[in-house]
Write a protein that binds this ligand. Structure first.
Ligand SMILES: O=C(O)c1ccc(O)c(O)c1
Ligand SMILES: [Mg+2]
Length: 628
């Protein structure tokens, strides 16, 4: 199965686009006409560049407003087509995409369009070229692949075929089953794109919001399964019009695209083993059984602040690494590792980001299989020097440059703490913290889709809806990635402005990383008391919040008074109740959260986030009191 991507999907000039596409491992490229027109090299030079990069041109596109025209426009459209055929010969492009006409002058009629395509096919055949017809979702007369297929069928010419584009079909909710009966050899190329579920004009949605398969909400897997069932054996080609991608990093977007196709083909292979094109089988998507540890990097001075904070939170130091300056702190099922090494990735992460939670360890069924799947999906493996007797823990780099370690219970990895650490009998002032509830990662908004695809492709997780969180200085977009057991819960926060708390964090720590870690408690009031006894002063929540809470949810006054006294935020949904308590910030805006879930509360307290963020901002910069 060959992979391809349209140049329009990537930022940069044509050379940068092609280089990024080749570096990401694609086989082919669609040349989007405007990318060529805006470039200052001849068709022959572009042909040479494409070949030198080991790519092939799969498609030249688009050719617009061709079919159904009355004379004299009809003749002019054929003249235009001949000029494009000249260009295609020079470029070495074998196939042109003709998208269905939006011209006011175009006349309807399947037979009229079919006759036009038959003649175009004749002319293309003289030059050894092929023509593909795509139904735009907003085409004037043809806007459904069943109609474009009927045009192609009646044109009945070997050089005329169908072009399918998942966006056009799925945005109009046309069932993918209608594709299964089309003969695969009459489909000349398949374009793939996903998109977030948005209720908007089709053209605007298509030109600005498409994204990579797996990043959006459309049933692209069903579409690709139906395509596989036709016997189609040509390239799967991404065609993504997206404002963020146009301004993003060419390499990152191209890599996301490649990852999305591997992931998609893997799902098609699983679902349609009889008909799916031959692609290597990957280990299945990985169920994460829990977060085993989070690792901080810090220098000695800042490590003291962190140790003090962990002490107040009730953690005990339970181990010291046998050969490295690395410590283990524990409470309940939680392990926090503090790494103050002066070399290696931890130190590099410290130099770049400052004190930060740069690594996490996930408990899976099979750590090696997890690594194999992640590698097959273009994740970068991570390995560091291992001293004699230590374990080589399978790991990959996360999207933001951090590390994700994989642990399992059927190899030596299950003894990692005993093998690598000198146990210490340490006792702490336990505050009843039990486990990791969730880990919040902050990134620039433009990077969010990259993270979502990374997690979805490797792990069994679902994504929640995108939620807007209001910060006093701008908007933060928040999206949950979680599994149904709740054993992996990540909240991704995309900052649009550097003036938001999240944006400030990214600016100060030079890039995306973990901004907060939420621990679970079975009794948050008892935890609050224990923390107080340990000397922890929690984030102070405004009295206005509690007045509103009581009115909004008709709560008992005593109950609200208890919440207020402990600075606990509250929420509830149909399934249960949720309680949240925050530590003050330390470092450049990092903090811990403590939560209690009662019943089957499914959320993360998003309604409370604006008030929490405002409180945090007050605590960073005390309000200036106007002088009289
Ligand atoms: O938005 C467009 O005009 C356009 C052009 C070519 C395509 O292949 C397509 O899917 C959309
Ligand atoms: Mg298209």
């Amino acid at each position: 199965m060959k992979t391809s991507i349209a140049t329009v999907s990537i930022s940069g000039d044509l050379r940068e686009k092609l280089e990024a596409i080749a570096a990401a491992g694609f086989d082919g490229v669609e040349i989007f006409e405007n990318d060529f027109l805006a470039f200052d090299r001849s068709p022959a030079e572009v042909r040479g560049m494409v070949a030198d990069l080991g790519l092939e041109i799969t498609l030249f596109q688009p050719f617009r407003d061709f079919e159904g025209l009355p004379e004299p426009q009809r003749g002019q459209a054929f003249d235009r087509a001949e000029r494009k055929f000249d260009l295609m010969e020079e470029l070495g492009a074998p196939l042109v995409l003709v998208c269905s006409s939006v011209a006011p002058a175009a006349l309807g009629g399947i037979d009229r369009a079919a006759a036009d395509f038959r003649e175009l096919g004749e002319r293309a055949a003289k030059r050894g070229l092929k023509v593909g017809y795509e139904a735009l979702a907003w085409g004037r007369h043809v806007n459904d692949h069943r109609d474009s297929w009927e045009v192609v069928r009646r044109a009945d010419h070997p050089n005329v075929g169908l072009i399918l584009d998942s966006f056009h079909s799925l945005s109009r909710r046309i069932s993918s089953d209608t594709i299964r009966s089309i003969p695969g050899d009459k489909i000349f190329i398949v374009q793939l794109a996903d998109a977030p579920a948005l209720d908007m004009d089709l053209l605007y949605w298509s030109r600005h919001f498409r994204n990579m398969p797996g990043e959006g909400d459309l049933p692209v897997v069903d579409f690709a399964r139906a395509v596989a069932a036709t016997g189609y054996n040509g390239p799967l080609s991404l065609e993504i019009f997206n404002d963020q991608f146009r301004s993003g990093s060419p390499r990152t977007i191209a890599l996301d695209g490649h990852r999305s196709l591997i992931f998609l083909m893997d799902q098609v292979r699983e679902a349609e083993p009889a008909v799916a094109p031959k692609v290597p089988a990957l280990p299945p998507r990985v169920s994460v059984k829990g977060v085993s540890f989070v690792e901080f990097t810090a220098d000695e001075t800042e490590a003291d602040t962190l140790r003090a904070m962990l002490g107040k939170l009730g953690f005990a130091r339970t181990g010291k690494h046998k050969s490295k300056s690395v410590e283990r702190f524990s409470q309940g099922a939680i392990n926090i590792v503090v790494n103050t090494e002066r070399e290696g990735l931890a130190h590099a992460a410290y130099l770049t980001h400052g004190t930060s939670a740069y690594a996490m360890g996930l408990l899976v069924d099979d750590a090696q299989a997890t690594l194999a799947r992640a590698k097959a999906l273009d994740a970068q493996p991570f390995a560091q020097r291992v001293a004699p007797g230590e374990l080589a823990i399978p790991a990959v780099r996360g999207v933001g440059g951090g590390v994700i370690y994989f642990l399992d219970e059927h190899t030596d990895l299950k003894r990692v703490w005993d093998v690598e650490f000198e146990a210490e009998p340490g006792s702490g002032n336990d505050a009843g913290l039990m486990g990791f509830d969730h880990i919040a990662q902050t990134m620039n908004y433009e990077e969010m889709l990259t993270w979502i695809l990374f997690y979805r492709a490797i792990f069994v997780v679902d994504k929640g809806p995108m939620v807007d969180v209001v910060d006093p200085s701008g908007l933060v977009r928040s999206q949950v990635i979680e599994n149904s057991a709740g054993s992996l819960r990540l909240t991704l926060n995309g900052a649009e402005s550097h003036r938001t708390l999240a944006g400030h964090f990214i600016a100060e720590t030079f890039g995306s990383s973990v901004q907060h870690i939420a621990f679970s408690s079975a009794d948050i009031f008892a935890t609050a008391q224990a923390l107080k006894a340990n000397g922890l002063i929690p984030l102070q929540i405004s009295a206005n919040y509690y007045d509103d809470l009581q009115a909004r949810l008709s709560l008992d006054a005593d109950f609200v008074a208890r919440l207020a006294e402990c600075n606990i935020l509250y929420d509830r949904d149909a399934g249960g109740e949720f309680f949240q308590l925050y530590t003050p910030n330390f470092g450049e805006g990092f903090f811990f959260e403590i939560v209690e879930r009662r019943g089957r509360y499914a959320g993360y307290g998003a309604v409370n986030a604006p008030f929490r963020i405002a409180a945090q901002k007050r605590s960073i910069r005390p309000p200036t009191i106007p002088s009289k």
